[in-house]
Design a protein around this ligand. Structure first.
Ligand code: PRX
Length: 650
C-alpha cells in the first residue's frame, strides 16, 4: 500500500494564524498583492530599489536591467562583492558576535562560528588561495562534505572573484572529472573524507582518480576532516591547515562587476552531458536574499536549518548565500538522518532550537516510514515555519509534516524553483498566502508565470499545460557554461521570447499554481534531477551493453526511481550477474545516488520508424504495466508486448 492510499483528509485552504501574520516579514495578502502589482508594473524599478536598499555596493549601478533576449545583465555598471555582503558587512555592522554558522558533524562534534570568526576564516582561506597563485577569473571545484569549510571555501572564492563549482560529494570520480574538465578548473578544494552512516566517504581518493585526466588543475587544497590517511602529491596537494599557518587576514574583498560569474552548478539536462548553469553576482545575491526574507521569514533570533547539501542549488541559495546575505544563523549537519538512529533530525531540532526548517518531500516520506515515536520523543516546539522543495509534496507527506513535525502550528511553504532560476519563484509568503496543500501557490514578486499550450497560448484555468516565465528575473541563469547556443535552445526556443521551465503545471481559478512534474527526459529522484540520457550513456559504455533506455518509475519514498531497459551484445555472458554489475557500473560512472533500482533485460527496445526510443511507452510499462497511449509510430509492436508481459513473469 502506498502512503497516500491511507486516508488523509487535508484542509483545502490553510490561512496563516493571526500570530504568524503579526510577526511576518510580509504581513497579509494585501501586502503581497500590493508588492506583486508594483513588481510587475515597474519591474526594473522594483528590483533596482531593492538592490540599492539591501546590498552593499562599492560602486552604484547605472541601470537595473539590460535585456537582450535571452541574455540579461542586471544592475549594469555596479560593483560589489558577494562575500563582503554575506560576511564582512555583518561582522563589522553589529552582528560580529552573532552565530553565522552552527554545525554538528555526524560523530557529534559541534561548532559555532560567529560572523566575526567567519570573516577571519574566509579571509585566511582567500589568502591561501592567493598564496597558490589563484587569480580573479580562475575556476575552483569544491568537493566536500557538509562542513563549515564547504561554505568557507565558497565564500573565499567569492571574495576573490574565483567562480566555484561545488560537486556533490555523492558524485563519483568520473562525474567529478567531467565537471573539472568542462570548467577547466585550476584548483580543487576537498577533504580527506567525510562521515556518512558511520563510514568514511573517501573524497580525496576520488579527486586523485579524477585528476589523472585533468591537466588544468594546478593545486588541490585538502581540509583534514576525518584524519584518515590520504596520498598527497608534492607540489600539487596542500593541506588546508598548513597553508593556514602562513595565511593572513588582510585580503580585501575584490570589487567585482555585478555580472561577474559567482558559480557554475552542473545539472542534468536532456542529453548525456550535464549542463553548467552559470549564476552571476548581484542579481543572484539579491533574489536569494529577498526570497529568504519573504518566504523563509528569517528574523534576527531564528536558528534556521536547510537540510540540503551544498552540492545542490538549494544548498547554495538557502544554506549559504541567502541566509548569510540577510545576516541569519544557518545550521549545517554533516551526516545521515538515520545515524545513529532515526531521530537524529528531531534531536538536532530540539537541541539547537531550530525555528525554521526547510527540507524535501522525499526526506519527509523516508522519515514518516520510521514512525511517529521518533519525533514524539523530542520537543519540536521551537519550530515556527516549515519549508518544502524539490518536487510536489504529496498529501500524506504534507499532513504528517504539518501535524507531527509542525504541531499544526507552522505554515508550510512549498517552494517551486530550479537550479536555473537560482531562487524560489513560486511559493507562498507564510504570513500572507493562505496555503493549499500540494500547491506552490503564487508567483514571487517580479515573476510572471503562465501555463500555455503547445503553441504558447495561455490555457484556461484548471487546464494542464507548460509552465513558462514571461519576464527576466535577477537570479536567472545567464547561460550554460561554454555553450550559449544550448542555453538559447534549451530554455528560450520552444516558446520564443519566454523561458520554458520543462515542467507541466496548472493554475486554478484562484490563481494558485500546481506543478505536476517534468515534461522532458529528466527524472526527479529524491528531489535530485537525473537525466535519462546521462544514465543511458553510462550504461552503453559497459562492454556487454548494446542499447539502453532509462525511465523514471514511481517510488514511494524517492518519488521516482531509475528503471533501465537494456539490450545486451551477443557476446555477453553471465547475464545473471550482469544486473548487479550494471547497477554498480552506473554508481561508478555517476554516483551512488544514481544507482538504478531495476535493470530489465530485453531483446529489443520500442522505437519509432526513425529509430527514436519511445521512452513514453516504457514509462507507461513501468507505471501501469500496460500501454494505452498512441503507438502508431511504433516499429515493432511485439517488442512492447513482450516488455509488458515480462514484468508479470518476474
Ligand atoms: O520539476 C520541478 C521540481 O524540480 C525541478 C528542478 O530541479 P532542480 O534544478 O534539481 O532544483 C531542485 C531544487 C530547487 C523543477 O523543474 N520541483 C522543484 N521544486 C518543486 C518542484 N516540483 C513541484 N513542487 C516544488 N516545490
Amino acid at each position: 500500500m502506498t502512503q497516500d492510499a491511507k486516508h488523509v483528509s487535508l484542509p483545502t485552504l490553510v490561512p496563516p494564524s493571526d500570530e504568524f501574520v503579526r510577526q511576518a516579514n510580509v504581513s497579509g495578502m494585501d501586502a503581497y498583492r500590493e508588492m506583486y502589482a508594483r513588481s510587475v508594473d515597474s519591474t526594473e524599478e522594483f528590483w533596482g530599489q531593492l538592490a540599492e536598499q539591501e546590498l552593499h555596493w562599492f560602486q552604484r549601478f547605472e541601470k537595473p536591467l539590460d535585456w537582450n533576449p535571452p541574455f540579461a545583465k542586471w544592475f549594469v555598471g555596479g560593483k560589489l562583492n558577494v562575500c563582503y555582503n554575506c560576511v564582512d558587512r555583518h561582522a563589522m555592522g553589529g552582528r560580529g558576535n552573532k552565530a553565522a554558522i552552527i554545525f554538528e558533524g555526524e560523530p557529534g562534534d559541534q561548532r559555532t562560528i560567529t560572523y566575526r570568526e567567519l570573516q577571519r576564516l574566509v579571509t585566511r582561506f582567500a589568502s591561501s588561495l592567493l598564496e597558490l597563485g589563484m587569480k580573479t577569473g580562475d575556476r575552483a571545484v569544491i568537493y566536500m562534505p557538509m562542513i563549515p569549510e564547504a561554505a568557507i571555501a565558497m565564500l573565499g572564492c567569492a571574495r576573490l572573484g574565483i567562480p566555484h563549482s561545488v560537486v556533490f560529494g555523492g558524485f563519483s570520480a568520473e562525474a567529478l572529472k567531467a565537471r573539472i574538465q568542462d570548467l577547466e578548473a585550476s584548483v580543487v578544494i576537498t577533504t580527506d573524507g567525510g562521515w556518512r552512516r558511520g563510514k568514511e566517504i573517501r573524497l580525496k581518493d576520488a579527486v586523485d582518480e579524477a585528476l589523472r585526466e585533468c591537466p588544468t588543475v594546478r593545486h588541490t587544497v585538502v581540509y583534514q576532516r576525518t584524519g584518515s590517511e590520504v596520498k598527497m602529491e608534492k607540489g600539487r596537494d596542500h593541506w588546508w591547515h598548513v597553508l593556514d599557518e602562513s595565511a593572513n587576514e588582510n585580503v580585501a574583498a575584490v570589487e567585482l562587476d555585478s555580472e561577474h560569474p559567482l558559480f557554475v552548478l552542473y545539472t542534468s539536462g536532456t542529453t548525456g552531458k550535464p549542463k553548467g548553469i552559470l549564476h552571476t553576482s548581484a542579481g543572484y545575491l539579491l533574489q536569494s536574499a529577498m526570497t529568504t526574507k519573504w518566504v523563509l521569514d528569517l528574523k534576527e533570533h531564528d536558528t534556521y536549518w536547510c537540510t540540503a547539501d551544498v552540492g545542490w542549488v538549494t544548498g547554495h541559495s538557502y544554506v549559504v548565500y541567502g541566509p548569510l546575505a540577510v545576516g541569519a544563523t544557518t545550521f549545517m549537519y554533516e551526516g545521515a538522518p538515520d545515524t545513529p538512529a532515526f531521530d537524529r533530525w528531531w534531536r538536532l531540532i530540539d537541541k539547537y532550537k531550530i525555528s525554521v526548517l526547510y527540507t524535501s518531500p522525499t526526506a519527509i516520506r523516508a522519515l514518516i516510514r520510521q514512525g511517529d515515536h521518533w519525533p514524539e520523543r523530542h520537543d519540536l516546539t521551537s519550530l515556527r515555519l516549515l519549508g518544502s522543495v524539490g518536487e510536489p509534496i504529496n498529501p500524506a507527506a504534507w499532513d504528517w509534516y504539518y501535524r507531527v513535525i509542525g504541531g499544526s502550528r507552522c505554515p508550510i511553504v512549498d517552494t517551486w524553483w530550479q537550479t536555473e532560476t537560482g531562487a524560489m519563484l513560486i511559493s507562498p509568503m507564510p504570513g500572507a498566502t493562505p496555503l493549499k496543500p500540494g500547491s506552490g501557490t503564487m508567483p514571487m514578486p517580479g515573476i510572471v508565470a503562465e501555463i500555455v499550450d503547445n503553441h504558447g497560448k495561455p490555457v484556461e484555468d484548471g487546464r494542464e499545460g507548460f509552465l513558462i516565465l514571461k519576464k527576466p528575473w535577477p537570479s536567472m541563469l545567464r547561460t550554460i557554461w561554454g555553450d550559449p547556443e544550448r542555453y538559447q535552445d534549451q530554455y528560450w526556443s520552444r516558446f520564443p521570447g519566454y523561458y520554458f521551465t520543462g515542467d507541466a503545471a496548472r493554475k486554478d481559478k484562484d490563481g494558485y499554481f500546481w506543478v505536476l512534474g517534468r515534461v522532458d527526459d529528466v527524472m526527479n529522484v529524491s528531489g535530485h534531477r537525473l537525466s535519462t540520457m546521462e544514465i543511458e550513456s553510462a550504461l552503453v559504455k559497459h562492454p556487454a551493453v548494446a542499447e539502453a533506455a532509462v525511465v523514471g518509475k514511481p517510488h514511494e519514498i524517492t518519488g521516482q526511481a531509475v528503471c533501465c531497459f537494456v539490450t545486451l551484445k551477443k557476446s555477453a555472458t553471465d547475464v545473471d550477474k550482469l544486473g548487479l554489475e550494471l547497477r554498480q557500473w552506473v554508481a561508478h560512472e555517476i554516483g551512488a545516488f544514481a544507482r538504478p533500482e531495476e535493470i530489465r533485460f530485453t531483446d529489443s527496445l520500442p522505437k519509432t520508424r526513425s529509430g527514436k526510443i519511445m521512452r513514453r511507452l516504457l514509462r507507461e510499462i513501468v507505471t501501469s504495466n500496460t500501454v494505452a497511449g498512441d503507438v502508431t509510430t511504433l516499429e515493432d509492436m511485439n517488442v512492447l508486448t513482450s516488455l509488458a508481459s515480462q514484468h508479470d513473469e518476474d
